[in-house]
Design a binder for this molecule. Structure first.
Ligand SMILES: Cc1ncc(COP(=O)(O)O)c(C=O)c1O
Length: 373
């Protein structure tokens, strides 16, 4: 990160609240590792992507649209918005599309926060919440997880005069825990009327527990709730960058005022619309994750490593040694995972479920590394 000293020679004063931000460090790209090791078959299980690739229907839609790239996208994302509204029985005026749900997180912070305001964030959770909050000069108030689960009672207890929003990641990244419908209702009952609760459901399609709260199904009619969804995970379109938020029309109207006019590119719009209709691909993606989780759990049990239940397409493994070291050692075997040290779990890694052969590569690399030790 650029330090204050690095900026001393520049003609402008670096804002203090921006210097407090640690830049987001994404999972290591496969191409980078392949370049470094001179290999062409790296396996990446570090960014919770869909190992099946994109939906074939999305690829076909992109091919059909290539001849229109000289035109600006539809700034209103009319067709995609309508299709989302139809699928989830929403008014189009409740939906806002973004360049990934990351962008919606930023737009919500821009809309709701100013200097002196507070946003409550469970910790650890998705790191972009803190960045979005700090970028507005507002203060994050962190509430530690209880075990691996979001502590809703402590989130409610942390609400103060200046609290404007609360982030709830469900299932939580990086721990994979989920919140039940009744727990969420009890939480909402404790909150004031003017605090916005952002429920980030990036992984909701993978949740197999029927009691898991689903904002678009169970959160109807509560104007404090914002649901965030993405096409990056179960829908396999991470590289295109499409996500959306669903919220009360009055809040939605404010986000539309400040979002860039063409924030979702035209290929992303047609691909997401096609992927939305491709239930066969979605179901295959979810099934692949559930089958892979069962196999990986059995393999880890055989290795005697502790791992945690999950409602997402990823889970934590306690590797009983420094996670950063194991991350580096697995890289040497061409396998990219995520060390959880930055999230406060010094001896844990997070992996997402890959294709069966990728999961097997991970397990055999892990065995080799543990044997070397
Ligand atoms: C919990 C959570 N929310 C949001 C995102 C961002 O997704 P998108 O690709 O839609 O920006 C991620 C990505 O990893 C995530 O884990």
């Amino acid at each position: 990160m650029t330090s204050k000293r690095d900026l001393a020679d520049t003609p402008f004063q670096a804002p203090e609240h921006l210097l407090a931000i640690a830049p987001y460090v994404p999972g290591k790209p496969m191409t980078a590792l392949e370049r470094e090791l001179g290999i062409s078959d790296a396996v990446k299980l570090a960014s919770n992507e869909n190992p099946l690739g994109p939906s074939p229907a999305a690829v076909a839609a992109i091919e059909d649209h290539l001849g229109n790239l000289h035109r600006y996208p539809d700034g209103a994302c009319h067709d995609l918005t309508q299709k989302l509204a139809d699928k989830h029985q929403l008014a189009p005026e409740e939906v806002v599309l973004g360049n990934g749900s990351d962008e919606i997180i930023g737009l919500l912070a821009q809309t709701l926060l100013g200097p002196g305001d507070e946003a409550i964030i469970p910790s650890p959770s998705f790191l972009m919440y803190e960045i979005a909050v700090r970028s507005m000069g507002a203060s994050p108030r962190f509430v530690p997880l209880k075990g691996l689960a979001i502590d809703l009672d402590q989130l409610a207890a942390a609400v103060g005069e200046r609290t404007r929003m609360i982030f709830v990641c469900n299932p939580n990244n990086p721990t994979g825990t989920a919140i039940s419908v009744s727990a969420m209702q009890a939480f909402l009952d404790q909150l004031p009327a003017d605090v916005v609760v952002v429920v980030d459901e990036a992984y909701i399609e993978f949740a197999s527990d029927p009691n898991c709260f689903n904002c678009l199904r169970d959160g109807r009619g509560d104007p404090r709730l914002v649901a965030l969804r993405t096409f990056s995970k179960a829908y396999g379109l991470a590289g295109l960058r499409v996500g959306f938020g669903v919220m009360a029309m009055a809040l939605n109207d404010l986000l539309h005022r400040i979002r860039p006019p063409f924030n979702v590119n035209s290929l992303a719009q047609v691909a997401a619309a096609a992927a939305l209709a491709d239930d066969v691909f979605l179901n295959r993606s979810v099934e692949l994750v559930h089958t892979g989780l069962r196999q990986l759990r059995a393999d880890l049990d055989n290795l005697g490593l502790a791992h945690h239940p999950t409602q997402a397409n990823f889970f934590l493994i306690d590797v009983d040694r420094p996670a950063d070291l194991l991350f580096q050692q697995l890289l040497q075997h061409g396998v990219i995972v995520r060390s959880m040290r930055a999230y406060g779990f010094d001896s844990s890694i997070r992996i997402n479920v890959g294709l069966p052969e990728e999961n097997a590569r991970f397990i055999s690399a892990l065995k080799a590394v543990l044997a070397e030790a």
